[in-house]
Unconditional design. Sequence first.
Length: 137
Amino acid sequence: MAIKRLLIGAGAAEDDLSNLPVGVRELIDSADEILVMAPALPSRLDWLASDTDKTRARADERLREVVAQLEDTDSEVKGTVGADDPILAFDEAIAEFPADHILLVLRPDERSGWQESGLIDEVIDRFGVPVTSFKVE
């Protein structure tokens, strides 16, 4: 399963790469290039009030954590903080980085927000590339 370009939508960060599901780890290890995109993911109230500075700062922290974890892979790894709307964030990332595969890293159920509702199906329908997803526990 060789992947040239893997886009990781990081809504969460796993504490340790050894905790990743086997298939996910194989997907990451097989990629030549990886773009990690961390969407801002504001709460509905923060989004409505346009108060997204703190969520962008958290997305930047999450991005740095995931990119640092991937530095031990043989892949070329880049990262970007995405828009507040996850689909817009994916649109922008795909425009810059036409991925062969998308990996969605979702927040656990107790921390998931309104942005995750229907996200997997929308990403599958919109981008026409294989999608793998898992929730961080």
